[in-house]
Design a protein around this ligand. Sequence first.
Ligand code: SAM
Length: 287
Amino acid sequence: MTRPYLGNPKYTIEILQKYDFVFQKRFGQNFLIDTHVLDKIIHASGITKDDFVLEIGPGIGTMTQYLAEAAREVAAVEIDDALIPILGDTLKDWNNVTVIHGDILKTDIRRLAMEKNEGRPIKVVANLPYYITTPIIMGLFENNVPIDSITIMVQKEVAERMQVGPGTKDYGALSLAVQYYAEPEIVANVPPNCFMPRPKVGSAVIRLTKHEVPPVEVKDEKLMFRLIRASFNQRRKTLVNGLKNSQELNYSKEEIENALHKCGLPLNIRGEALTLEKFAELSNAFS
Ligand code: SAM
């Protein structure tokens, strides 16, 4: 087997020229060209030769080469037609990689985990297309895909939003959703010059280690997330008004005030002050 070589920008440029590749902005294409960052991602993901890894958006196969070296087996889902023949070329020396031509948001990942890993928890690694970061992550968590961890490159601000708690301006529905399902840890900050072409924003690698059991007990998860969304849709309003104005909920002011009272929350509190534990308690008070 040859060693991974595409982390070196010289080879990336050679491949792009060989295939006259044209970057597609609409697919969020920024390819990694930094071997240190690639090593860091592989290390942070904790992949071993026992693991089946799902890569989302392999691009020209740069990280895929590293993943193929580290893992037992890799499946890489790529949407762009133009990249499929390129991946056939750059990955030909690794016989443990399957490229799936398709949209990750329409891929049955549960089935893939069943077929490739007998339903055991899989590791997901990706330099994500930033335009669909949230639906990809929420899809993985909410569709009961057996997940061990997700190690991903995202926009720096988004990584920070996933990790923060109450009392900060970045705290919101994404923070709570991620922290309900997983333990987030930012493992690297990555500047724009590590990509080709350079993105306009800074990036960060974050690892989300799935909780075996959620950190709070919730009778009705869907209700808790409806309450969370309603609270942050109107951040500047009090929690009572946010919940009363929500299209997704149908509670009277009195019912809302009673629930807050049960949880020992003052009536003028804002949603952004509530921890995950308090949102769980509140949703249990309603259900
Ligand atoms: N992994 C490569 C790297 O690190 O150099 C490429 C990362 S690039 C930020 C994102 C990749 O995701 C692109 O190859 C893009 O074509 C692909 N992509 C975008 N939307 C996708 C989707 N809905 N499903 C699958 N792949 C997608």
